[in-house]
Ligand binder design. Structure first.
Ligand SMILES: *[C@@H]1O[C@H](CO)[C@@H](O)[C@H](O)[C@H]1NC(C)=O
Ligand SMILES: *[C@@H]1O[C@H](CO)[C@@H](O)[C@H](O)[C@H]1NC(C)=O
Ligand SMILES: *[C@@H]1O[C@H](CO)[C@@H](O)[C@H](O)[C@H]1NC(C)=O
Length: 970
């Protein structure tokens, strides 16, 4: 490819010949310069005959440009970064932005690895931080239009930095027209640039800012070995409204210009990937060869440039007479990699992949700035340390693991282990894989599982900023840095922390901010459990530690220092006992897993009893009913993308012929028949207090839509059971009938189902519920039961319009049959719009997920909740008397259901009581699935050490199971 005029660092040299009049002058000048150069230049390692140097050299007219260009090849962004020099005003300053003084704050600056905290003020002006700490009045008292904000002692952090996002490349709500993530055009595409597909109309910008995220690295997808160039973007809308104006420090290569040659060179960014995602191009071996081939192309060009320049700088112009500067637009980005000018973000999971890329980095001599996902990085710190130029940062999810084989050994303890090994830890969203709005929740969870508090906050601010080469501007609060600041309602590591205000480039982003949370306790970082033992075991077992209970105790178990006891009642749950503030914790006696006494120690125990019993100190902990999870594929599949670990995909009666052997129109099947016990996801959920699950065969993802429209019968089971024949293992083998009502998926071929119109789906549903099929068939039998209200009918549906249709359908069926259906909407993002009608129609709602996201067209009216709206969908539904429960989507999520519930409640500013919150994940689920009261006194009880079910300070230490006549301890 011809690349005339564009040099690797972005200089443009003119290809126009100067007018003939000017030529002699230029020639003389060039000759002089060359002579000077000749005197001062080392000879490099070029082989030239000595006599040749004495021959007359034919100096090209653009010799000066060539020499300038050659000298610039030695620059790197780090070599030129006197970047911290103080600016008076930011290049991103929007004229008209008022100065802001935030007073009386606790300022977490992000400096000194996150340990630096200042109490005082922050002055924002000109798009930068003018002053921080104690700011004398004379510095601001005369400022015009100064906004003064009293933080009232609340926390301030730098704006959060998301090192891995696809915001703008996959814009919400998703449509076919806005998918610009991966190119299908081969494994090696360093010439592509994410900015070229960056859509400014993405709901996620506003949402992410509402979570305190102010900048993000927008990466091409991981479907290619070299997927293209990435860009650091600020998420606020600019007055120009263009993608370009959102780029933070656009590299000069973007448009081939470098306005000020003395200005520091800017970092470029590149996305690489390895492992499973490249299987479409062959094996791992093929992928690595494609890398080596690509870098050898770049290396040839780099060498050619160096030889060319060595000759020019030595004045051997005859050697390069008539030659152009060697370059190629397709490879220039990789040449810049080899010249140390590019921050590479490398998607890489397993030890084999990390090792491959580290080998590559050493073979070609380039650094990797950050490994992403990197599920096994924590197991191979030695490999990371061998990376050319030092260990990369490692950007992981806190708890999203096991979704593919590569992430099977991912661990919630990984961040702490990496930090212990001196590896910089980053937490990222991979938006929209995780909603980037909740990037901070990743830090909260990492902290919960042991990452030090200063590193947990650094992992979403200063560490990613550094990994992207942007620490001179973002991710830290210091004089001269960009004015990207978040004022939080509570300590940012507390669950539910929300911005009170977010400034980007000094511009406030929120209009409906609520005042600081007055709960002083939540202004401090949470104290979290100790996981040292679990972490060490996890490392010893290479990420797959044994998960079965450590001890099973029959007979008497005495729990001491208990502050709360919650139990199931006939209709809901209640607090059976709690210690009053200041009062000592109480004692609970369990007999064969059943509570036999609750109260003060002396009352429950005689000395003799104590001798024979196992006694456990819960350190101010609590006891409560086992949580019930719904929505994921828990127990049906272990690894989402490995069909060999699951049930497979059920037949689709709309597009496939159901095999004759079933003799059943819809091919209705039962989840109970495919249930697996003892999977890691199930055991991890059990150890987290989620002792029951209702699982259906319906499977859906944001990126593919549902896998089936009629998903058969769900099963309710006990997650801690060893097999299906164990006593109490199967709670209900046919819990509910499940169908989906969805629009065709926007990603066309990415969707797994051929599109079936909504009207067709409703017509089929109407027909089936109106007794159309023979009752001897599975389809006929179960749809009849659903129509008669004997079994709940659960419909996966997000659109309020479709819910309205379903409510009407329910009324029609009931009138026709004289029955009362048990209809439940699952998903139900837009249900709040119809809260009144849903309540009136006696329809239940399984809100999945509880914190919604406008991912699809049907979810576009998702209610964002605070700080963007005062109300949340959950609260509106509860206010109208709808029975609501919280569901989750993915197999890793059940284990954190209690924190989901805590978030949901905190988002309502305490307007939902603790009891109601508890019911969202226990008895309300049971109510909706028609198994209310099934557990009763025989239901599992979870033992929490160090706090209540909703606290980050607590840890599940055991489950008391009356059905098993035992207490299982972890
Ligand atoms: C920050 O952490 C790194 C890695 O552990 C360490 O080398 C460095 O000295 C620390 N810096 C400060 C200021 O604590
Ligand atoms: C102060 O605000 C007024 C009204 O918006 C504006 O006209 C003026 O330029 C501002 N002054 C400065 C220094 O920004
Ligand atoms: C700046 O301050 C002036 C004076 O207080 C005010 O009139 C104006 O609305 C402010 N501008 C913005 C963008 O907030």
């Amino acid at each position: 490819m011809s690349t005339k005029g564009l040099l690797p660092d972005g200089y443009v040299h003119s290809r126009r010949r100067p007018s003939s009049l000017l030529r002699p002058v230029l020639l003389t000048t060039c000759f002089l310069i060359v002579s000077l150069t000749l005197l001062s230049t080392n000879y490099y390692a070029i082989t030239v005959h000595r006599q040749e140097s004495r021959r007359l050299q034919q100096i090209p007219i653009n010799a000066q440009q060539i020499l300038q260009q050659c000298s610039s090849l030695r620059e790197t962004p780090s070599s030129t970064s006197s970047l911290t020099r103080l600016r008076e005003v930011s290049d991103r300053f929007e004229p008209g932005t008022n100065a802001t003084l935030i007073q009386n704050a606790r300022i977490w600056t992000g400096r000194e690895n996150g340990t630096h905290v200042v109490e005082g003020d922050v002055l924002l002006d000109g798009g930068i931080i003018k002053e921080i700490g104690h700011i004398p009045q004379d510095l601001w008292v005369d400022a015009e239009n100064l906004t003064i904000v009293d933080a009232n002692g609340a926390w301030i952090t730098p704006g959060l930095v998301d090192l891995h996002s696809h915001v703008g490349l996959l814009s919400a709500p998703f449509t076919r027209g806005t998918f610009d993530v991966n190119s299908p055009n081969g494994p090696i595409l360093p010439w592509l640039r994410s900015i070229d597909g960056f859509n400014t109309h993405d709901e996620s910008f506003t949402l992410a800012i509402a979570g305190g995220v102010t900048s993000a690295q927008v990466l091409p997808g991981s479907g290619n070995a070299i997927g293209g160039q990435a860009f650091m973007m600020k998420l606020r809308k600019t007055s120009e409204r263009s993608p370009t104006s959102m780029i933070l420090e656009p590299p000069h290569s973007l448009n081939g210009s470098r306005p000020d040659p003395d200005a520091p060179l800017r970092w470029r960014h590149l996305k690489q990937a390895c492992g499973e995602n490249l299987k479409k191009f062959g094996t791992r071996m093929d992928a690595m060869w494609s890398f080596r081939w690509a870098y050898s192309q770049a290396r040839k060009i780099q060498h050619a440039q160096d030889m060319f320049c060595a000759r020019a700088e030595a004045g051997f112009w005859n050697d390069i007479y008539g030659q152009e500067f060697p370059e190629d637009l397709q490879w220039e980005a990789l040449v810049d990699v080899l010249r140390g000018r590019v921050k590479i973000s490398n998607h890489c999971y397993e030890a084999v992949d990390l090792d491959d890329i580290v080998r590559l980095s050493n073979e070609f001599g380039f650094h990797i700035a950050s490994f992403h996902h990197a599920s096994e990085a924590w197991l191979v710190p030695g490999v990371l340390n061998r990376t050319f130029g030092g260990p990369p940062a490692v950007a992981v999810f806190a708890t999203n693991h096991r979704y593919k084989r590569e992430s099977y050994r991912g661990s919630e303890f990984a961040t702490k282990v990496l930090a212990e090994n001196g590896i910089p830890v980053v937490l990222k969203s991979d938006h929209p894989v995780l909603n980037s709005r909740y990037l901070l929740y990743e830090a909260q969870q990492a902290h919960y599982y042991g990452l030090d508090r200063h590193l947990a906050l650094a992992a979403v601010t200063s560490t990613p900023a550094k990994a992207a080469g942007m620490e001179h501007r973002i991710g830290v609060l210091r004089k001269g840095a960009d004015a990207d600041v978040v004022l939080w309602d509570v300590h940012p590591l507390q669950l539910g922390a929300k911005p009170h205000q977010v400034w980007i480039d000094g511009i406030p982003q929120l209009t409906t901010a609520k005042p600081k949370d007055e709960d002083e306790e939540r202004q401090e970082a949470p104290s979290v459990p100790n996981w040292d033992k679990e972490r060490k075991t996890a490392v010893a077992w290479e990420g797959l530690p044994p998960l079965s209970p450590r001890r099973i105790k029959k007979g008497k178990v005495v729990l001491k220092n208990v502050r709360e006891v919650w139990v199931r009642e006939e209709h809901g749950i209640k607090e059976r006992w709690s210690a009053r503030p200041g009062q000592e914790g109480g004692t609970v006696v369990l007999n064969d897993g059943l509570i036999s006494c609750v109260g003060r120690e002396g009352w429950c125990l005689s000395g003799e009893d104590e001798q024979f019993a196992l006694s456990i100190d819960l350190h101010g902990g609590s006891i409560g009913p086992g949580i019930v999870t719904y929505g994921s594929r828990l127990g049906l599949e272990e690894i989402d993308s490995e069909m060999s670990t699951g049930d497979g995909i059920i037949l689709d009666p709309y597009s496939e012929e159901i095999p004759k052997i079933l003799s059943d129109t819809a091919g209705l099947v039962r989840a109970a028949d495919a249930l697996q016990f003892g999977t890691r996801n199930t055991q991890i959920a059990y150890r987290a207090g989620v002792t029951y699950a209702t699982t259906s065969l319906s499977k859906s993802s944001l990126f593919t839509g549902p896998y089936s429209l009629i998903s058969g019968l769900s099963v309710t089971f006990r997650t801690g059971a060893n097999h299906g024949l164990e006593h109490g293992a199967i709670v209900n083998p046919a819990t509910a009938l499940h169908v989906a009502l969805v629009r065709p998926h926007p990603f066309g071929s990415g969707g797994v189902l051929p599109p079936v119109s909504v009207s067709t789906q409703v017509a089929a549903l109407r027909r089936l519920l109106l007794n159309a099929e023979n009752h001897d068939t599975e389809t006929g039998k179960w749809f009849k039961r659903a129509a008669e209200g004997i079994i709940p009918l659960v419909v996966d549906v997000h659109s309020a319009d479709m819910m309205a249709t379903l409510i009407q359908l329910k009324a029609d069926i009931e009138e026709w049959r004289g029955s009362r259906m048990q209809l439940v909407f699952s998903g139900a993002t837009e249900a709040y719009i119809l809260a009144k009608q849903i309540a009136k129609a006696n329809v239940g709602v399984l809100l999945t997920p509880a914190r919604s996201f406008p991912g699809t067209w049907d979810q576009r009216r998702a209610l964002p909740g605070p700080p963007l709206t005062d109300a949340t969908a959950l609260e509106i539904l509860l206010q109208h008397g709808v029975t609501v429960a919280i569901g989750v989507d993915e197999n890793h999520q059940p284990a954190h259901t209690r924190f989901e519930a805590a978030w949901a409640a905190l988002n309502t500013n305490g307007r939902i009581s603790r009891q109601k919150t508890y019911e969202l994940i226990t008895t309300n689920v049971e109510k909706l699935f028609g198994i209310e009261g099934w557990f009763g006194e025989e239901g599992d009880l979870v033992l929490y050490d160090g706090g209540s079910v909703f606290d980050l300070s607590s840890k599940v230490v055991g489950v008391a199971s009356p059905k098993k006549n035992a207490v299982e301890l972890f």
